[in-house]
Design a protein around this ligand. Structure first.
Ligand code: NAG
Ligand code: NAG
Ligand code: NAG
Ligand code: NAG
Ligand code: NAG
Ligand code: NAG
Length: 464
Protein backbone atom coordinates (compact mmCIF):
# COMPACT_ATOMS: atom_id res chain seq x y z
CA UNK A 1 0.00 0.00 0.00
CA UNK A 2 2.75 2.39 0.97
CA UNK A 3 4.63 1.50 -2.20
CA UNK A 4 1.54 2.12 -4.23
CA UNK A 5 1.11 5.62 -2.90
CA UNK A 6 4.76 6.49 -3.10
CA UNK A 7 4.82 5.33 -6.71
CA UNK A 8 1.75 7.47 -7.36
CA UNK A 9 3.23 10.53 -5.75
CA UNK A 10 6.50 10.10 -7.62
CA UNK A 11 4.77 9.61 -10.93
CA UNK A 12 2.67 12.66 -10.47
CA UNK A 13 5.61 14.66 -9.23
CA UNK A 14 7.64 13.54 -12.23
CA UNK A 15 4.83 14.42 -14.59
CA UNK A 16 4.45 17.82 -12.96
CA UNK A 17 8.13 18.41 -13.42
CA UNK A 18 7.79 17.77 -17.13
CA UNK A 19 4.65 19.61 -18.13
CA UNK A 20 5.83 20.17 -21.68
CA UNK A 21 5.85 16.54 -22.65
CA UNK A 22 2.65 15.81 -20.77
CA UNK A 23 0.69 18.57 -22.37
CA UNK A 24 2.11 17.63 -25.70
CA UNK A 25 0.43 14.27 -25.19
CA UNK A 26 -2.74 15.76 -23.88
CA UNK A 27 -3.58 17.46 -27.12
CA UNK A 28 -3.56 14.07 -28.86
CA UNK A 29 -4.57 11.78 -26.03
CA UNK A 30 -5.72 8.90 -28.24
CA UNK A 31 -2.34 8.49 -29.82
CA UNK A 32 -0.26 8.92 -26.72
CA UNK A 33 -2.30 6.40 -24.78
CA UNK A 34 -2.18 3.88 -27.55
CA UNK A 35 1.50 4.27 -28.22
CA UNK A 36 2.73 4.44 -24.70
CA UNK A 37 0.53 1.78 -23.17
CA UNK A 38 -0.29 -0.86 -25.72
CA UNK A 39 -0.92 -3.49 -23.02
CA UNK A 40 -4.48 -4.57 -22.33
CA UNK A 41 -4.87 -2.66 -19.09
CA UNK A 42 -3.77 0.58 -20.65
CA UNK A 43 -5.33 0.13 -24.05
CA UNK A 44 -7.45 2.81 -25.60
CA UNK A 45 -10.62 3.39 -23.61
CA UNK A 46 -13.82 2.12 -25.11
CA UNK A 47 -17.43 3.03 -24.44
CA UNK A 48 -17.73 -0.17 -22.41
CA UNK A 49 -15.43 1.39 -19.84
CA UNK A 50 -17.97 4.12 -19.13
CA UNK A 51 -21.48 3.61 -17.79
CA UNK A 52 -24.21 6.18 -17.50
CA UNK A 53 -26.78 5.15 -14.90
CA UNK A 54 -30.10 6.92 -14.89
CA UNK A 55 -32.08 7.35 -11.67
CA UNK A 56 -35.49 8.97 -11.33
CA UNK A 57 -38.13 9.20 -8.63
CA UNK A 58 -39.60 5.97 -9.99
CA UNK A 59 -36.24 4.24 -10.11
CA UNK A 60 -34.29 5.51 -7.13
CA UNK A 61 -32.25 2.39 -6.53
CA UNK A 62 -32.79 0.62 -9.79
CA UNK A 63 -30.98 2.54 -12.51
CA UNK A 64 -31.47 2.28 -16.25
CA UNK A 65 -28.30 2.10 -18.24
CA UNK A 66 -28.14 4.60 -21.10
CA UNK A 67 -25.89 4.03 -24.11
CA UNK A 68 -25.37 6.61 -26.82
CA UNK A 69 -26.99 5.32 -30.01
CA UNK A 70 -29.13 2.69 -28.29
CA UNK A 71 -32.72 3.85 -28.71
CA UNK A 72 -34.15 0.66 -27.28
CA UNK A 73 -32.48 1.35 -23.96
CA UNK A 74 -33.51 5.01 -23.96
CA UNK A 75 -37.14 4.29 -24.82
CA UNK A 76 -37.30 1.57 -22.20
CA UNK A 77 -35.86 3.90 -19.55
CA UNK A 78 -37.58 6.34 -17.20
CA UNK A 79 -35.80 9.33 -18.75
CA UNK A 80 -38.08 12.37 -19.07
CA UNK A 81 -36.92 15.04 -21.50
CA UNK A 82 -39.11 17.74 -19.94
CA UNK A 83 -37.41 17.39 -16.55
CA UNK A 84 -33.98 18.71 -15.58
CA UNK A 85 -30.98 16.40 -15.68
CA UNK A 86 -28.16 16.37 -13.13
CA UNK A 87 -25.10 14.31 -14.04
CA UNK A 88 -22.77 13.46 -11.16
CA UNK A 89 -19.26 12.25 -11.99
CA UNK A 90 -16.70 10.81 -9.59
CA UNK A 91 -12.97 11.42 -9.36
CA UNK A 92 -9.71 9.49 -9.30
CA UNK A 93 -9.76 6.00 -7.82
CA UNK A 94 -13.44 6.10 -7.13
CA UNK A 95 -16.35 4.04 -8.38
CA UNK A 96 -20.04 4.82 -8.58
CA UNK A 97 -20.79 1.28 -7.37
CA UNK A 98 -20.35 1.84 -3.67
CA UNK A 99 -19.83 5.58 -3.47
CA UNK A 100 -21.77 6.82 -0.48
CA UNK A 101 -21.48 10.45 -1.48
CA UNK A 102 -22.79 9.83 -4.99
CA UNK A 103 -25.67 7.73 -3.70
CA UNK A 104 -26.51 10.30 -1.04
CA UNK A 105 -26.27 13.17 -3.54
CA UNK A 106 -28.56 11.32 -5.94
CA UNK A 107 -31.05 10.62 -3.13
CA UNK A 108 -31.00 14.25 -1.97
CA UNK A 109 -31.49 15.58 -5.51
CA UNK A 110 -34.47 13.28 -6.07
CA UNK A 111 -35.96 14.25 -2.70
CA UNK A 112 -35.58 17.90 -3.60
CA UNK A 113 -37.04 17.97 -7.09
CA UNK A 114 -38.50 15.74 -9.73
CA UNK A 115 -35.45 15.32 -11.93
CA UNK A 116 -33.36 12.89 -13.91
CA UNK A 117 -30.07 11.99 -12.24
CA UNK A 118 -27.26 10.24 -14.06
CA UNK A 119 -24.29 8.85 -12.15
CA UNK A 120 -21.25 8.44 -14.36
CA UNK A 121 -19.32 5.28 -13.66
CA UNK A 122 -15.81 5.44 -15.15
CA UNK A 123 -14.02 3.32 -12.57
CA UNK A 124 -12.11 1.34 -15.19
CA UNK A 125 -10.49 4.52 -16.49
CA UNK A 126 -10.12 6.31 -13.16
CA UNK A 127 -8.48 3.54 -11.23
CA UNK A 128 -5.05 2.17 -10.64
CA UNK A 129 -2.00 3.97 -9.44
CA UNK A 130 -1.56 5.92 -12.65
CA UNK A 131 -3.09 9.24 -11.83
CA UNK A 132 -1.60 10.64 -15.01
CA UNK A 133 -3.52 8.13 -17.13
CA UNK A 134 -6.73 8.76 -15.23
CA UNK A 135 -6.19 12.48 -15.79
CA UNK A 136 -5.85 11.92 -19.53
CA UNK A 137 -8.89 9.67 -19.57
CA UNK A 138 -11.05 12.55 -18.36
CA UNK A 139 -10.93 13.66 -21.98
CA UNK A 140 -12.59 10.45 -23.25
CA UNK A 141 -15.16 10.40 -20.52
CA UNK A 142 -16.03 14.03 -21.16
CA UNK A 143 -16.47 13.36 -24.89
CA UNK A 144 -18.60 10.30 -24.11
CA UNK A 145 -20.78 12.39 -21.79
CA UNK A 146 -21.16 15.10 -24.44
CA UNK A 147 -22.20 12.45 -26.98
CA UNK A 148 -24.79 11.09 -24.58
CA UNK A 149 -26.26 14.57 -24.03
CA UNK A 150 -26.46 15.10 -27.78
CA UNK A 151 -28.09 11.71 -28.19
CA UNK A 152 -30.68 12.63 -25.54
CA UNK A 153 -31.35 15.94 -27.26
CA UNK A 154 -31.73 14.25 -30.63
CA UNK A 155 -34.14 11.64 -29.36
CA UNK A 156 -36.32 13.13 -26.66
CA UNK A 157 -38.96 15.81 -26.79
CA UNK A 158 -38.03 19.11 -25.19
CA UNK A 159 -34.59 18.20 -23.94
CA UNK A 160 -31.51 20.34 -24.52
CA UNK A 161 -28.53 21.76 -22.66
CA UNK A 162 -30.66 24.35 -20.87
CA UNK A 163 -31.89 21.53 -18.62
CA UNK A 164 -28.46 20.14 -17.84
CA UNK A 165 -26.45 20.55 -14.64
CA UNK A 166 -23.13 18.69 -14.52
CA UNK A 167 -21.61 18.08 -11.09
CA UNK A 168 -18.13 16.60 -10.88
CA UNK A 169 -15.74 15.92 -8.06
CA UNK A 170 -11.99 16.27 -8.61
CA UNK A 171 -11.18 14.64 -11.96
CA UNK A 172 -14.95 14.42 -12.46
CA UNK A 173 -15.02 18.22 -12.58
CA UNK A 174 -12.55 18.10 -15.47
CA UNK A 175 -14.72 15.46 -17.18
CA UNK A 176 -17.65 17.87 -16.83
CA UNK A 177 -15.61 20.71 -18.31
CA UNK A 178 -14.69 18.66 -21.37
CA UNK A 179 -18.35 17.62 -21.81
CA UNK A 180 -19.55 21.22 -21.54
CA UNK A 181 -16.99 22.31 -24.09
CA UNK A 182 -17.96 19.60 -26.58
CA UNK A 183 -21.71 19.99 -26.04
CA UNK A 184 -22.31 23.76 -25.90
CA UNK A 185 -25.28 25.27 -24.12
CA UNK A 186 -25.08 23.41 -20.81
CA UNK A 187 -26.88 25.48 -18.19
CA UNK A 188 -24.56 24.84 -15.29
CA UNK A 189 -21.45 22.99 -14.19
CA UNK A 190 -20.49 22.66 -10.54
CA UNK A 191 -16.86 21.72 -9.94
CA UNK A 192 -16.28 20.13 -6.54
CA UNK A 193 -12.63 20.82 -5.78
CA UNK A 194 -11.63 20.40 -9.45
CA UNK A 195 -8.48 18.29 -9.75
CA UNK A 196 -5.25 20.28 -9.87
CA UNK A 197 -2.29 18.03 -10.67
CA UNK A 198 -1.51 17.98 -14.40
CA UNK A 199 -4.25 20.47 -15.21
CA UNK A 200 -2.59 23.66 -13.93
CA UNK A 201 -1.29 24.99 -17.20
CA UNK A 202 -3.45 22.84 -19.39
CA UNK A 203 -5.44 23.79 -22.38
CA UNK A 204 -8.84 25.12 -21.17
CA UNK A 205 -10.45 22.69 -23.63
CA UNK A 206 -9.29 19.79 -21.50
CA UNK A 207 -10.30 21.19 -18.14
CA UNK A 208 -13.17 23.03 -16.48
CA UNK A 209 -13.35 26.75 -17.11
CA UNK A 210 -16.01 29.46 -17.23
CA UNK A 211 -16.68 28.99 -20.96
CA UNK A 212 -17.95 25.43 -20.47
CA UNK A 213 -21.47 26.35 -19.32
CA UNK A 214 -23.73 29.35 -18.87
CA UNK A 215 -22.95 29.15 -15.16
CA UNK A 216 -19.83 27.53 -13.72
CA UNK A 217 -19.47 27.44 -9.95
CA UNK A 218 -16.76 25.74 -7.94
CA UNK A 219 -16.18 24.79 -4.33
CA UNK A 220 -12.48 24.78 -3.46
CA UNK A 221 -11.43 22.79 -0.40
CA UNK A 222 -7.92 21.54 -1.12
CA UNK A 223 -6.64 24.16 -3.54
CA UNK A 224 -2.90 24.35 -4.09
CA UNK A 225 -0.23 22.19 -5.63
CA UNK A 226 0.47 18.49 -5.29
CA UNK A 227 3.98 19.00 -4.02
CA UNK A 228 2.53 20.81 -1.02
CA UNK A 229 -0.07 18.07 -0.55
CA UNK A 230 -3.03 19.57 -2.36
CA UNK A 231 -5.20 17.81 -4.93
CA UNK A 232 -7.42 20.72 -5.90
CA UNK A 233 -7.01 23.27 -8.65
CA UNK A 234 -5.54 26.43 -7.19
CA UNK A 235 -7.04 29.22 -9.29
CA UNK A 236 -10.63 30.28 -9.87
CA UNK A 237 -12.23 28.27 -12.66
CA UNK A 238 -15.75 29.62 -13.01
CA UNK A 239 -18.16 32.48 -12.58
CA UNK A 240 -18.38 31.86 -8.85
CA UNK A 241 -15.50 30.28 -6.93
CA UNK A 242 -16.02 29.53 -3.26
CA UNK A 243 -12.87 29.07 -1.21
CA UNK A 244 -13.93 27.33 1.97
CA UNK A 245 -11.91 28.02 5.13
CA UNK A 246 -9.37 29.69 2.88
CA UNK A 247 -9.72 26.99 0.22
CA UNK A 248 -6.64 24.88 0.78
CA UNK A 249 -7.33 22.79 3.87
CA UNK A 250 -10.47 22.18 5.84
CA UNK A 251 -11.12 22.90 9.45
CA UNK A 252 -11.61 19.60 11.28
CA UNK A 253 -9.35 17.68 8.89
CA UNK A 254 -5.97 16.35 9.99
CA UNK A 255 -3.14 18.75 9.22
CA UNK A 256 -1.18 18.64 5.98
CA UNK A 257 1.09 15.65 6.41
CA UNK A 258 -1.75 13.44 7.66
CA UNK A 259 -4.22 14.84 5.28
CA UNK A 260 -2.22 14.35 2.16
CA UNK A 261 -0.01 11.37 2.69
CA UNK A 262 -0.76 9.16 5.65
CA UNK A 263 -4.53 9.36 5.15
CA UNK A 264 -4.22 8.17 1.61
CA UNK A 265 -2.14 5.22 2.70
CA UNK A 266 -4.47 4.17 5.47
CA UNK A 267 -7.73 4.53 3.58
CA UNK A 268 -9.14 1.61 1.65
CA UNK A 269 -7.11 0.61 -1.40
CA UNK A 270 -7.46 2.98 -4.26
CA UNK A 271 -9.06 5.69 -2.18
CA UNK A 272 -7.33 8.99 -2.64
CA UNK A 273 -10.23 10.97 -1.23
CA UNK A 274 -8.20 12.84 1.35
CA UNK A 275 -10.15 14.64 4.04
CA UNK A 276 -9.98 18.22 2.79
CA UNK A 277 -10.45 17.29 -0.87
CA UNK A 278 -13.52 15.17 -0.11
CA UNK A 279 -15.14 17.91 1.93
CA UNK A 280 -16.10 19.54 -1.38
CA UNK A 281 -18.75 16.91 -2.07
CA UNK A 282 -19.83 16.88 1.57
CA UNK A 283 -20.49 20.62 1.42
CA UNK A 284 -22.40 20.22 -1.84
CA UNK A 285 -24.56 17.49 -0.33
CA UNK A 286 -25.23 19.61 2.73
CA UNK A 287 -26.23 22.49 0.46
CA UNK A 288 -28.98 20.33 -1.07
CA UNK A 289 -30.27 19.20 2.32
CA UNK A 290 -29.83 22.36 4.39
CA UNK A 291 -32.81 24.57 5.11
CA UNK A 292 -30.51 27.56 5.49
CA UNK A 293 -27.85 28.35 2.88
CA UNK A 294 -24.31 29.21 3.79
CA UNK A 295 -23.20 32.52 2.36
CA UNK A 296 -19.81 33.37 0.91
CA UNK A 297 -18.44 36.91 0.94
CA UNK A 298 -16.63 38.39 -2.01
CA UNK A 299 -13.12 39.27 -0.97
CA UNK A 300 -9.68 39.76 -2.48
CA UNK A 301 -8.06 37.33 -0.06
CA UNK A 302 -8.77 35.16 2.94
CA UNK A 303 -6.77 37.24 5.41
CA UNK A 304 -8.95 40.24 4.69
CA UNK A 305 -12.06 38.11 5.15
CA UNK A 306 -10.80 36.77 8.47
CA UNK A 307 -10.18 40.24 9.89
CA UNK A 308 -13.70 41.27 8.98
CA UNK A 309 -12.88 43.48 5.99
CA UNK A 310 -15.36 41.93 3.58
CA UNK A 311 -18.77 42.27 5.15
CA UNK A 312 -19.84 45.12 2.90
CA UNK A 313 -19.16 43.14 -0.27
CA UNK A 314 -21.58 41.08 -2.42
CA UNK A 315 -22.63 37.75 -0.93
CA UNK A 316 -23.53 34.49 -2.61
CA UNK A 317 -25.06 31.24 -1.40
CA UNK A 318 -22.72 28.29 -1.98
CA UNK A 319 -23.65 24.95 -3.52
CA UNK A 320 -26.85 23.60 -5.00
CA UNK A 321 -28.89 26.80 -4.58
CA UNK A 322 -26.02 29.04 -5.68
CA UNK A 323 -26.76 32.74 -6.13
CA UNK A 324 -26.89 32.84 -9.91
CA UNK A 325 -26.39 36.52 -10.53
CA UNK A 326 -23.29 36.90 -8.34
CA UNK A 327 -19.81 36.67 -9.80
CA UNK A 328 -16.33 36.41 -8.37
CA UNK A 329 -14.30 34.82 -5.60
CA UNK A 330 -16.12 34.21 -2.32
CA UNK A 331 -14.88 33.11 1.08
CA UNK A 332 -16.83 30.88 3.45
CA UNK A 333 -15.97 29.48 6.88
CA UNK A 334 -17.50 26.26 8.18
CA UNK A 335 -17.65 24.22 11.34
CA UNK A 336 -15.15 21.38 11.63
CA UNK A 337 -17.71 18.56 11.54
CA UNK A 338 -21.13 17.97 10.02
CA UNK A 339 -23.40 19.86 9.92
CA UNK A 340 -20.74 22.19 8.55
CA UNK A 341 -22.69 25.24 7.49
CA UNK A 342 -22.30 28.40 9.50
CA UNK A 343 -23.46 31.91 9.94
CA UNK A 344 -20.67 34.45 9.85
CA UNK A 345 -20.50 36.94 12.65
CA UNK A 346 -18.91 40.35 12.28
CA UNK A 347 -17.24 41.42 15.51
CA UNK A 348 -16.07 44.94 16.37
CA UNK A 349 -14.06 45.61 19.50
CA UNK A 350 -13.34 49.14 20.63
CA UNK A 351 -10.45 49.71 23.04
CA UNK A 352 -11.52 51.62 26.17
CA UNK A 353 -10.04 54.63 27.91
CA UNK A 354 -7.45 54.21 30.65
CA UNK A 355 -3.88 53.42 29.78
CA UNK A 356 -2.47 55.28 26.82
CA UNK A 357 -1.10 52.13 25.17
CA UNK A 358 -1.64 48.39 25.54
CA UNK A 359 0.36 45.60 23.91
CA UNK A 360 -0.98 42.14 23.60
CA UNK A 361 -2.94 39.44 21.88
CA UNK A 362 -6.67 38.71 21.93
CA UNK A 363 -8.33 35.46 20.97
CA UNK A 364 -11.96 34.39 20.71
CA UNK A 365 -13.29 30.87 20.98
CA UNK A 366 -16.85 29.83 20.20
CA UNK A 367 -18.08 27.44 22.89
CA UNK A 368 -20.14 24.57 21.49
CA UNK A 369 -20.45 21.66 23.91
CA UNK A 370 -19.17 18.39 22.45
CA UNK A 371 -17.66 20.08 19.42
CA UNK A 372 -14.17 21.22 18.74
CA UNK A 373 -14.33 24.85 17.73
CA UNK A 374 -11.91 27.15 16.08
CA UNK A 375 -9.87 29.72 17.94
CA UNK A 376 -9.97 33.08 16.25
CA UNK A 377 -7.21 35.60 16.85
CA UNK A 378 -8.40 39.19 16.69
CA UNK A 379 -4.95 40.68 17.02
CA UNK A 380 -1.54 39.23 17.77
CA UNK A 381 2.07 39.97 17.04
CA UNK A 382 1.96 42.30 20.01
CA UNK A 383 0.54 45.40 18.39
CA UNK A 384 0.31 48.75 20.06
CA UNK A 385 -3.33 49.29 21.09
CA UNK A 386 -4.77 52.72 21.80
CA UNK A 387 -8.03 53.89 23.39
CA UNK A 388 -10.71 54.31 20.78
CA UNK A 389 -9.06 51.90 18.28
CA UNK A 390 -11.48 49.64 16.44
CA UNK A 391 -10.50 45.99 15.87
CA UNK A 392 -12.48 43.58 13.78
CA UNK A 393 -12.70 39.84 13.23
CA UNK A 394 -14.93 37.11 11.77
CA UNK A 395 -16.45 34.42 13.97
CA UNK A 396 -18.84 31.63 13.02
CA UNK A 397 -21.79 29.98 14.70
CA UNK A 398 -23.58 26.94 13.29
CA UNK A 399 -26.42 27.66 10.87
CA UNK A 400 -29.82 28.05 12.48
CA UNK A 401 -28.38 28.97 15.88
CA UNK A 402 -28.52 32.47 17.24
CA UNK A 403 -25.75 34.44 18.89
CA UNK A 404 -27.35 34.30 22.32
CA UNK A 405 -27.37 30.49 22.25
CA UNK A 406 -23.58 30.33 21.92
CA UNK A 407 -21.17 31.63 24.56
CA UNK A 408 -17.85 33.06 23.41
CA UNK A 409 -14.65 32.77 25.40
CA UNK A 410 -12.23 35.64 25.10
CA UNK A 411 -8.65 35.81 26.41
CA UNK A 412 -6.21 38.72 26.49
CA UNK A 413 -2.48 38.12 26.89
CA UNK A 414 -0.32 41.13 27.55
CA UNK A 415 3.05 41.30 25.85
CA UNK A 416 5.19 39.59 28.47
CA UNK A 417 8.33 40.93 26.80
CA UNK A 418 7.25 44.41 27.84
CA UNK A 419 6.99 44.00 31.62
CA UNK A 420 5.86 47.58 32.16
CA UNK A 421 2.88 47.30 29.83
CA UNK A 422 -0.50 47.02 31.62
CA UNK A 423 -1.67 43.64 32.91
CA UNK A 424 -5.15 44.22 31.60
CA UNK A 425 -7.06 45.56 28.61
CA UNK A 426 -9.93 48.01 28.96
CA UNK A 427 -12.62 47.19 26.46
CA UNK A 428 -15.15 49.87 25.60
CA UNK A 429 -17.43 47.48 23.74
CA UNK A 430 -17.59 44.30 21.73
CA UNK A 431 -20.39 44.49 19.18
CA UNK A 432 -21.38 41.56 16.95
CA UNK A 433 -23.69 41.30 13.98
CA UNK A 434 -25.07 37.97 12.80
CA UNK A 435 -24.64 38.64 9.09
CA UNK A 436 -27.36 36.16 8.20
CA UNK A 437 -30.14 37.82 10.19
CA UNK A 438 -28.44 41.24 10.32
CA UNK A 439 -29.26 41.34 14.03
CA UNK A 440 -26.90 43.23 16.28
CA UNK A 441 -25.75 41.90 19.66
CA UNK A 442 -23.66 43.25 22.49
CA UNK A 443 -20.96 40.84 23.73
CA UNK A 444 -19.36 43.16 26.27
CA UNK A 445 -19.52 46.75 27.41
CA UNK A 446 -16.91 48.56 29.52
CA UNK A 447 -15.17 45.35 30.51
CA UNK A 448 -11.69 44.88 31.95
CA UNK A 449 -9.86 41.80 30.69
CA UNK A 450 -7.06 40.70 33.01
CA UNK A 451 -4.14 39.09 31.22
CA UNK A 452 -4.32 35.31 30.92
CA UNK A 453 -7.90 35.05 32.20
CA UNK A 454 -10.63 33.45 30.09
CA UNK A 455 -13.91 35.36 30.12
CA UNK A 456 -17.12 33.81 28.91
CA UNK A 457 -19.18 36.37 27.00
CA UNK A 458 -22.91 36.06 26.51
CA UNK A 459 -24.48 37.94 23.61
CA UNK A 460 -27.53 40.07 24.26
CA UNK A 461 -29.71 41.35 21.47
CA UNK A 462 -29.34 45.07 20.79
CA UNK A 463 -26.49 47.53 20.71
CA UNK A 464 -24.06 48.08 23.57
C1 NAG B 1 -29.15 -1.90 -26.83
O1 NAG B 1 -28.73 -2.43 -25.61
C2 NAG B 1 -29.29 -3.70 -25.34
C3 NAG B 1 -28.88 -4.08 -23.92
O2 NAG B 1 -27.50 -3.96 -23.77
C4 NAG B 1 -28.82 -4.69 -26.37
O3 NAG B 1 -29.40 -5.95 -26.12
C5 NAG B 1 -29.22 -4.19 -27.74
O4 NAG B 1 -28.70 -5.02 -28.73
C6 NAG B 1 -28.72 -2.78 -27.96
N1 NAG B 1 -29.27 -2.28 -29.19
C7 NAG B 1 -28.52 -1.65 -30.07
C8 NAG B 1 -29.23 -1.14 -31.28
O5 NAG B 1 -27.32 -1.50 -29.92
C1 NAG C 1 -28.37 4.27 -1.68
O1 NAG C 1 -29.25 4.88 -0.77
C2 NAG C 1 -30.45 4.17 -0.59
C3 NAG C 1 -31.35 5.02 0.29
O2 NAG C 1 -30.71 5.34 1.49
C4 NAG C 1 -30.16 2.83 0.01
O3 NAG C 1 -31.37 2.10 0.18
C5 NAG C 1 -29.25 2.06 -0.93
O4 NAG C 1 -28.88 0.83 -0.36
C6 NAG C 1 -28.00 2.87 -1.21
N1 NAG C 1 -27.26 2.20 -2.26
C7 NAG C 1 -25.95 2.04 -2.20
C8 NAG C 1 -25.32 1.38 -3.38
O5 NAG C 1 -25.29 2.42 -1.25
C1 NAG D 1 -27.62 14.34 -33.31
O1 NAG D 1 -28.20 14.87 -34.49
C2 NAG D 1 -27.29 15.54 -35.33
C3 NAG D 1 -28.08 16.19 -36.45
O2 NAG D 1 -28.93 15.25 -37.01
C4 NAG D 1 -26.24 14.56 -35.83
O3 NAG D 1 -25.30 15.21 -36.65
C5 NAG D 1 -25.52 13.97 -34.62
O4 NAG D 1 -24.61 12.98 -35.05
C6 NAG D 1 -26.52 13.36 -33.68
N1 NAG D 1 -25.79 12.96 -32.49
C7 NAG D 1 -26.01 11.84 -31.81
C8 NAG D 1 -25.09 11.56 -30.66
O5 NAG D 1 -26.89 11.07 -32.08
C1 NAG E 1 -33.95 24.49 -25.15
O1 NAG E 1 -35.20 24.14 -24.59
C2 NAG E 1 -35.89 25.24 -24.03
C3 NAG E 1 -37.12 24.68 -23.32
O2 NAG E 1 -37.74 23.71 -24.09
C4 NAG E 1 -36.23 26.24 -25.12
O3 NAG E 1 -36.92 27.34 -24.57
C5 NAG E 1 -34.93 26.69 -25.76
O4 NAG E 1 -35.23 27.55 -26.87
C6 NAG E 1 -34.13 25.51 -26.25
N1 NAG E 1 -32.83 25.99 -26.67
C7 NAG E 1 -32.29 25.64 -27.81
C8 NAG E 1 -30.93 26.19 -28.10
O5 NAG E 1 -32.86 24.92 -28.61
C1 NAG F 1 -32.53 29.42 -2.69
O1 NAG F 1 -32.24 30.74 -3.13
C2 NAG F 1 -33.34 31.61 -3.20
C3 NAG F 1 -32.90 32.94 -3.75
O2 NAG F 1 -31.54 33.10 -3.73
C4 NAG F 1 -33.95 31.76 -1.80
O3 NAG F 1 -35.08 32.58 -1.86
C5 NAG F 1 -34.33 30.39 -1.27
O4 NAG F 1 -34.79 30.50 0.04
C6 NAG F 1 -33.13 29.46 -1.30
N1 NAG F 1 -33.52 28.14 -0.86
C7 NAG F 1 -32.81 27.43 0.01
C8 NAG F 1 -33.35 26.11 0.38
O5 NAG F 1 -31.76 27.82 0.45
C1 NAG G 1 -17.85 47.67 12.60
O1 NAG G 1 -17.22 48.87 12.22
C2 NAG G 1 -17.41 49.22 10.88
C3 NAG G 1 -16.63 50.48 10.64
O2 NAG G 1 -15.32 50.15 10.37
C4 NAG G 1 -18.87 49.42 10.59
O3 NAG G 1 -19.05 49.68 9.22
C5 NAG G 1 -19.63 48.16 10.95
O4 NAG G 1 -21.01 48.37 10.77
C6 NAG G 1 -19.34 47.80 12.38
N1 NAG G 1 -19.95 46.52 12.67
C7 NAG G 1 -20.49 46.25 13.84
C8 NAG G 1 -20.88 44.83 14.06
O5 NAG G 1 -20.62 47.09 14.70
Amino acid sequence: MLTRVVVLMCLVAASSAAPQSFYGHRSVPQRSLHENFPSKSFSRPTLDDIEFRLYTRESRNDPDRLITGNLTLLEGSKFKGHLPLVVVTHGFSETADDSEWMNATKNALLDKTDTNVILTQWQELANGLRYDIAARNTFYVGIALADLLEFLENNTEGFNGSRVHLVGFSLGAQVSGVAGHKYPGVARITGLDPAGPLFEDGNPESRLDASDADLVDAIHTNAGYLLTGHFGYNDPVGHLDFYVNGGSSQYGCPPFIWDSIVEIITLSPGDIDACSHGRAHEYFLESILASEPTLGFQCSDYEKFEVGECFDTPRAAMGYNVTRDAKGVFYVDTQGEAPFFSRHVEVNLTIGEGESTYHGELTFHTVLPGRETKEVVMFSGWPSLHPGDLHKTTLTIPSRTTMDEVPFDVVFHKNYLLPLSPNHLNVESIVAVDTYTEQEYCLASKKVLQTGTTYSLKATLGSC
